[in-house]
Design a protein around this ligand. Structure first.
Ligand code: ANZ
Length: 841
């Protein structure tokens, strides 16, 4: 019989459908547990090569832990709400639901064929009411806690998809991650989750993930949260009812503040301008219009020429009572800190650029190793005009003095170091009630409202008086109405607003109200799905905390680095919220994360437009699941990219055929005593059994595959050259190959196992422990020295006894010759390596 992957696949697929080998039952199972999770797919068509890679790795890990005797939970579901379904539906004039579930069916069939060892009984779809009911429950829990709130703010608006975007969905070049459109700002009232309340914990808890998460991902999360430590300082504004607070990381430089700048798109700028002259108001309005055309990225570009207008208002420096002009400029962002800065041009480059452009004063307050000479390093516009500048000053060099040094021109701070000055000035501010130590984060609250149809309805009712009424938990889910009759085209308002039967409701007190027409960001769905897998069919709660206790956190999470920030951060946040609410007893959802590389073709990303797309389905039918999976494993470290032009699924298939053939040649029975088997082959087998766990746990799948290939060659040689197919070592070795191969190529391995005479599935056969006596080196070289000169080398057993070694040394002809007729006065034996003989005469 020849190796025929198609036949083998069909045979085992049918069997797995029947026996459901990977369905996990926790009750009465005494095995230790592992939870191995792949990031669930978005059903946007059939699986692609990227899925084939990631899901192969996840499955190898799951199958490995099963072989190590663990009860492994390896579930799968679909992240099935979201824009692509809606956009596809609009394009084709169909229902997003139809498109979504057809794709799920296709992906599911592909996963089954690919041999993924999922527990299919736990399959979930986030677009099912049975799932999104619990998104709504989660929303209500956050709302009760004050962690879900509505606010009016400038949001990122995608003019193509006509919906808001989270900051995280705007790329570095200011375009939408989805549509590619340049994102603009729009003022809207939206729902937010208060992730900023968790900023410190999200940052600090990263320390405990060090080493088990990719370093790059940890760095990206840290940077995204972006904690800055400094102070808030309150400045009285003449003629303005309340002081303006600024955030600064350099409160030590407070005496060097010479003007204030507020963000043009802040409430504050509008208020300050409104209280000023008509000329200022006009100039401000014109400037604001100009600013709104620029992207956030442009605004943060340090090299761009500074722009701004004066607001005709004056701020009072709380430490010295000095009057400073208030300006507005777009390098100050409305949503960072308090949207206003104290400008210290001598020590901050952006402020200096601005001061130079508009001729504002510069005062040096930190002597950063004497670049400043002259008694008063202060430059006023008058001095500028008169050309009366002290030598060596930032104004002249254009370079701000950002380094540390001794404080000067700073009254009570004079002479202090930076750190001491920061501490001292905060004390001064605190005792005067005009400032305090403060932290600021780059992290913003999570905007979760979307003006689109295909998502989870927000369970809030709006009464006519504007009051908000959460839908009682007993009335969940708030079901998404059918899309028939609704115009899904993006138009800036949620399509659900037009579903009048759905949107208009009556409150218990008889008043009329409307449902919130927005749907939730789909990152809400994926922020807790790993918990739903524990109890996917429980309609009384999101998950059973007892099961979360048993299974979670996820031991190994596998997926793309594109989720390094968004998804992982949100899941970490929701986990901490659920911990605080008492539902979980852990605070990090994923104990370890593995990011796979990309599958490329000829060095570049695959795409339809480039014409270099390798279709998963066609590779699968050409080479079979096992060869494809093995190719992924063999290609290199999982983190590296795979160039499909450089790998050989045909080579993989040939190897599988070679291994499979051996399983049919073995003539010994499963009960055969291995002891008498060919020693060299036995040693090679046990060396692999010893090395495999460490290699697999370090994700060195490619090394294990290479070693399997070597071993299969060695078995072939043993069969063909001498000991033959009946040698017990042949059976021992091919059995080890089969068990290890079951991680990579499960169909072939099952078939081999059966051919070797076993009935149960090889997936649970267990990885054999190596025999330590077969791991020691076969022989080592002992040297024999006579009067300090090496006279012979002996191949001896590493366990040789000293007496025996001495006897062999004395028996050596070369040694006897060099001693001649001299007298042996001393013999020192250090078994098994050295014999030293000393002579006299
Ligand atoms: C005075 C000062 C003096 C500053 C100095 C820096 C150096 P990070 O580290 O990124 O947190 N800042 C505060 N709010 C801002 C806003 N909304 N838009 C733009 N810039 C803002 O930066 C903190 C510093 O950025 C703050 O410290 C403030 O400038 C500025 F020698 O205050 B600093």
């Amino acid at each position: 019989m020849e190796y025929d992957f198609d036949r083998i696949q069909q045979k085992w697929l049918a069997r797995w459908e029947q026996t459901k080998p990977f369905q996990v039952d926790d009750d009465g199972n005494a095995k230790p547990r592992k939870y191995i999770l792949d990031m669930f797919p978005y059903p946007s068509g059939d699986l692609h090569m990227g899925h084939a890679e990631a899901f192969a790795y996840g499955d190898i890990v799951a199958r490995y832990w099963r072989q190590q005797g663990f009860n492994v939970l390896h579930p799968i579901g679909w992240d099935s709400f979201g824009l692509p379904a809606e956009n596809a539906a609009i394009k084709r004039g169909t229902d997003p639901r139809e498109w979504t579930y057809a794709n799920i069916a296709q992906q599911k069939a592909s996963f089954k064929l690919y041999g993924n060892s999922f527990d299919w009984s736990r399959e979930l779809h986030t677009s099912d009411p049975e799932y999104y009911k619990w998104n709504q429950w989660l929303f209500l829990k956050l709302y009760e806690k004050g962690l879900a709130y509505r606010k009016d703010s400038w949001v990122n608006w995608d003019p193509v998809d006509q919906t808001v975007l989270a900051n995280e969905q705007v790329l570095a070049d200011g375009t939408s991650e989805r549509s590619g459109a340049v994102v603009v700002k729009k003022k809207l009232t939206q729902w937010y989750f208060k992730i900023t309340d968790y900023a410190d914990r999200l940052l600090d808890d990263l320390n405990q993930l060090e080493g088990s998460w990719p370093a790059k991902v940890i760095a990206m999360q840290r940077n995204w949260i972006g904690r800055s430590i400094g102070a808030d300082v309150d400045f009285v504004i003449e003629g303005h009812p309340t002081p303006v607070t600024v955030f600064t990381t350099r409160p030590d430089t407070l005496f060097g503040a010479t003007f204030m700048v507020v963000a043009p798109d802040s409430e504050l700028a509008a208020e300050l301008a409104a209280g000023s002259t008509p000329e200022v108001q006009e100039a401000f309005a014109a400037y604001l219009e100009q600013v709104q055309k620029s992207t956030e990225v442009e605004r943060q570009d340090a090299g761009r020429e500074k722009t701004g207008v004066p607001l005709g208002r004056w701020a009072i420096n709380p430490v010295n009572g000095e009057r400073m002009p208030v300006w507005t400029a777009d390098y100050v962002l409305a949503d960072y800190g308090h949207g206003a800065v104290m400008a210290v041009p001598a020590h901050d480059q952006r402020d200096l650029d601005f001061a130079i452009r508009f001729g504002l004063p510069v005062r040096v307050v930190v002597d950063t190793n004497a670049p400043v000479t002259g008694a008063i390093p202060v430059i006023t516009p008058e001095m500028l005009e008169a050309g009366d500048l002290p030598a060596q000053n930032p104004f002249e060099t254009g370079v701000a003095l950002s380094g540390a040094g001794r404080m000067i021109n700073s009254g009570p701070l004079d002479g202090l170091s930076k750190q001491n000055a920061i501490q001292r000035v905060i004390e001064l501010l605190e005792s005067a009630g005009t400032g305090r130590a403060a932290k600021t984060y780059r992290l913003r609250d999570w905007l979760i409202s979307r003006q689109r149809y295909w998502g989870t309805p927000i369970p809030i009712l709006h009464a006519e008086d504007g009051s908000l009424h959460p839908v009682p938990e007993s009335e969940l889910p708030v079901r998404l109405p059918a899309s028939a009759g609704l115009d899904l085209k993006p138009k800036g308002k949620s399509p659900l607003g037009a579903a009048s039967d759905w949107v208009n409701v009556t409150l218990p007190d008889g008043r009329s109200a409307t449902r919130d027409p927005d749907t939730m960001d789909t990152f809400v769905d994926s922020s807790w799905y790993f918990l739903r897998f524990l109890d996917p069919n429980d309609d009384t709660r999101a998950f059973d905390p007892k099961n979360a206790d048993k299974w979670a956190p996820v031991d190994q999470y596998v997926g793309g680095v594109e989720h390094a920030i968004l998804h992982l951060l949100y899941a970490r946040f929701i986990t901490k919220v659920l911990f605080d609410l008492g539902y979980l007893n852990f605070t990090e959802p994923f104990s370890a994360v593995l990011n796979q590389g990309m599958v490329l073709m000829d060095g570049s990303k695959m795409s339809k437009s480039k014409g270099n797309l390798v279709e998963f389905a066609s590779e699968l039918s050409a080479h079979g699941a096992d060869a494809l999976r093995l190719t992924m494993a063999f290609a290199g470290p999982p983190e590296d990219d795979i160039d499909w032009a450089d790998v050989s699924p045909t080579g993989s298939a040939k190897f599988l055929a070679r291994a499979w053939r051996i399983s049919g040649e073995v003539t010994s029975s499963p009960e055969v005593e291995w002891k008498g088997g060919d020693l060299a082959l036995r040693r090679q087998t046990h060396r692999l059994l010893a090395d495999a766990p460490g290699l697999l746990e370090a994700f060195k799948f490619n090394v294990v595959v290479a070693r399997l290939m070597e071993l299969v060659n060695a078995i072939r040689k043993t069969i063909d050259a001498g000991p033959g197919a009946g040698d017990p070592a042949v059976r021992e070795s091919i059995e080890a190959v089969t068990v290890l191969l079951s991680l990579f190529s499960p169909y072939t391995a099952e078939d081999m196992w059966e051919r070797l005479g076993y009935e149960g599935s090889v997936a649970f056969a267990g990885l054999r422990k190596p025999d330590p006596t077969l791991l020691v080196e076969e022989s080592i070289t002992a040297i024999v020295q006579v009067d300090g000169k090496v006279r012979d080398r002996l191949e001896v057993s590493p366990t040789i006894h000293a007496d025996e070694l001495e006897r062999l040394a004395r028996a050596s002809e070369a040694v006897a010759r060099s001693i001649g007729d001299r007298e042996i006065v001393n013999v020192i034996v250090r078994a098994p390596r050295v014999v030293n003989i000393a002579t006299k005469g």
